[in-house]
Design a protein around this ligand. Structure first.
Ligand code: NAP
Length: 489
C-alpha cells in the first residue's frame, strides 16, 4: 500500500472515486493537468456501483447514455447494464486514463478550509492535503438510511440495508421482510422471492412502474460499435432525445397523463383477476412525482403465492417479527431495508469553511443551494459534482456530471489565464439562478403531483432536481461567464 504523507500539495483534490470523481480525474488527464489526487474513503473505487451489490442491481438508464461520451464502451452486453458490468466500466476507466496511482484509498475527508489562498483538506488519519481547487464528487446516495423503528435493536434475526447486502446470509428457505418499494427494492425483490419461504413486502407508498425495455445487445452489434464508433454515438443520441421528451411532462404535470395511461394499462394487464392486489399497488399521485421505476418482473413477483404486500404502517419490530399498526405480528427471519439514502446529511456532517470563516452547514441551513449545481458563493475554487438541483428523473446523471466537469475545467482555465488566485461566485447571481429554478419547480410534477418524496425538503422546496432539459444545463455549463463570478487576487 502506498504510504500517505502527512502533508501533500496538489493543484486539484478530488473527493470520491465514483462516476463523478473518476470522470473529473479522467478529464484532467485529457487536459494535461496531471497534478491532482483522488481521495477515496473506501479500499476500492466505484462509488455507488461498488457499494450496491444487491441481487438484480442494474441501471435504469441505458448504458450507451449512462457512460462518459469521451469513454464509450462498445462492449455493453445489455441495453441496461447490470452492476458488475458498470463497476467493471469504472475499473477500465481508471486503467485507460492511468488513474490508479493517483487515487489514495482509505482517505476519509473530515473537513476542508479555505485559508485565503488555497484549500486545506483534512483527512481522518491526520493527513493534510493542500489544493488550489477541490472537486467534490461524493454524490448524494452513499449514506444508507435505516429508519428508526422501535425494537429494531432487539431483533434476533438478520437485518441489513440493500446498499450493504449481506452476501454471507443465505435467504433460501427464510421468511424475509422487505421494507420499502423504491428503485432498489423493485430490483432485488424478484431475485430473492423464488428462494424465500415467504416474502412480506412492507409498502408505504406504491411506486409507478413501467415495463423495462431491456434486452441483450447481440455480439454483431457490439462488433459494429467497435468498428464504427459513430454507430454507437447515433444509438446514444436516439436514447438521449427520447428521454428528453419527458421533460415537458415533468414541468407541466397534465401532460404526464399519457404516460400514466400507459402505466395503468400495464397494471390492468398484469393484475387481471387480482383486483385486491392491484388496488394495493396502484399509486394515488401523478406519475413522475416520484422516480418512475422500470421492471419486467417486479409485479410478477408480487403475484407469487409466497409474497404478501402489507400496506399497514410498521409500528414496531420484535425479536422475531414486524408488528404493523393493526396489531398483527408478521414473523420473519430476515429484514432487508430498501429504504434509500440520507440525502440531507451527505455533506452536512463535514465542516467546510469558506471565505471569512463561513461554514457551508450554516449557509445551507435553509437547504443546499449552488450556482449551476456546481459552485457556492463564499467558497472559492470549490466545485460540487452532482450538487444541488442537478438530479434527474428522466436521463443520465453521467451527462450532468460531464457538463459540470466541463465547467470546472473552464474555471481552471480562467484562473490560469487571468493569474487570479481564486474564482468565487457572486451571491446575487447565485440567488437569481435559484429563484429562477424554484420558479420553474413550483409548477412541476414533483411539487404538484400529490406525493411526498426525498426530492423535497421539509418546507416543500426541491433542492434535488434540475427542472429542465439537460441540453440547457450543458449549454449553461459550457463556459464560465466572468459576470457570474469574482476573480480574487
Ligand atoms: P428510494 O427510492 O428512496 O426508496 C425508499 C423506499 O423505502 C420507499 O419505498 C420509501 O417509501 C421506503 N421507506 C423509507 N423509509 C421508510 C420507513 N420509515 N418505513 C417504511 N418505508 C420506508 O430508495 P432506493 O430504492 O434505495 O433508491 C434511492 C435512489 O437511488 C433512487 O431514487 C435512484 O435515484 C437511485 N437508484 C437508481 C437505480 C438505477 O437504476 N439508476 C437503482 C437503484 C437506486 P416512501 O415512498 O413512502 O417514502
Amino acid at each position: 500500500m502506498t504510504e500517505i504523507p502527512t502533508t501533500m500539495t496538489v493543484d486539484v483534490a478530488i473527493v470520491g472515486s465514483g462516476f463523478a470523481g473518476l470522470g473529473a480525474a479522467a478529464r484532467l488527464v485529457q487536459e494535461h493537468r496531471p497534478d491532482f489526487v483522488v481521495l477515496e474513503k473506501g479500499a476500492t473505487l466505484g462509488g455507488t456501483w461498488r457499494d450496491n451489490t444487491y441481487p438484480g442491481c442494474a441501471c435504469d438508464v441505458p448504458s450507451h447514455l449512462y457512460s462518459f461520451s469521451f469513454a464509450p464502451n462498445p462492449n455493453w452486453t445489455r441495453l441496461f447494464a447490470r452492476q458488475p458490468e458498470i463497476r467493471a466500466y469504472l475499473e477500465q476507466l481508471a486503467d485507460r486514463f492511468d488513474l490508479r496511482s493517483r487515487i489514495r484509498f482509505g482517505a476519509t475527508v473530515t473537513g476542508a478550509e479555505w485559508d485565503g489562498t488555497r484549500w486545506v483538506v483534512q483527512l481522518a488519519d491526520g493527513t493534510i492535503v493542500n489544493a488550489r481547487a477541490v472537486v467534490w464528487g461524493t454524490g448524494a446516495l452513499h449514506e444508507p438510511s435505516v429508519p428508526e423503528i422501535e425494537g429494531l435493536d432487539a431483533f434476533t434475526g438478520t437485518a441489513f440495508h440493500s446498499a450493504q447486502w449481506d452476501h454471507g446470509h443465505d435467504l433460501r428457505g427464510k421468511r424475509v421482510a422487505v421494507i420499502g418499494t423504491g428503485a432498489s427494492a423493485i430490483q432485488f425483490v424478484p431475485q430473492i422471492q423464488p428462494g424465500a419461504a415467504s416474502l412480506t413486502l412492507f409498502q408505504r407508498t406504491p411506486p409507478w412502474v413501467l415495463p423495462k425495455p431491456d434486452r441483450p445487445i447481440p455480439a454483431p452489434l457490439r462488433a459494429l460499435y467497435r468498428l464504427l464508433p459513430m454507430a454507437q454515438r447515433v444509438a446514444r443520441s436516439v436514447i438521449y432525445a427520447r428521454n428528453e421528451l419527458l421533460v415537458s411532462g415533468f414541468l407541466h404535470p397534465r401532460r404526464m397523463r399519457v404516460v400514466e395511461r400507459f402505466a395503468r394499462l400495464y397494471l390492468d394487464r398484469t393484475f387481471a383477476g387480482r383486483p385486491d392486489l392491484k388496488a394495493k399497488v396502484t399509486p394515488d399521485f401523478t406519475i413522475g412525482c416520484k422516480r418512475i421505476l422500470m421492471s419486467n418482473d417486479y409485479y410478477a413477483a408480487l403475484k407469487s403465492p409466497n409474497v404478501e404486500v402489507v400496506t399497514d404502517r410498521i409500528a414496531r419490530i420484535t425479536a422475531t417479527g414486524v408488528v404493523t399498526a393493526d396489531g398483527v405480528e408478521h414473523p420473519v427471519d430476515t429484514i432487508i431495508f430498501g429504504t434509500g439514502f440520507r440525502i440531507a446529511d451527505s455533506l452536512g456532517r463535514l465542516t467546510i469553511t469558506g471565505r471569512d470563516g463561513v461554514k457551508l452547514n450554516d449557509v445551507w441551513r435553509a437547504g443546499p443551494e449552488a450556482f449551476l449545481g456546481t459552485t457556492v458563493a463564499g467558497f472559492p475554487n470549490l466545485f460540487l459534482l452532482a450538487g444541488p438541483n442537478t438530479g434527474l428523473g428522466h436521463s443520465s446523471m453521467i451527462f450532468m456530471i460531464e457538463s459540470q466537469v466541463n465547467y470546472v475545467l473552464d474555471a481552471l482555465r480562467v484562473l490560469d489565464v487571468s493569474g487570479a488566485r481564486a474564482i468565487d461566485t457572486r451571491p446575487e447571481r447565485q440567488a437569481r439562478f435559484n429563484a429562477e429554478l424554484q420558479g420553474r419547480l413550483d409548477g412541476s410534477v414533483w411539487s404538484q403531483g400529490g406525493c411526498a418524496s426525498w426530492y423535497l425538503d421539509e418546507n416543500g422546496r426541491n433542492h434535488t432536481l434540475w427542472p429542465g432539459y439537460t441540453f440547457d444545463f450543458r449549454r449553461r455549463t459550457r463556459a464560465v461567464d466572468p459576470a457570474d463570478h469574482e476573480l480574487v487576487g
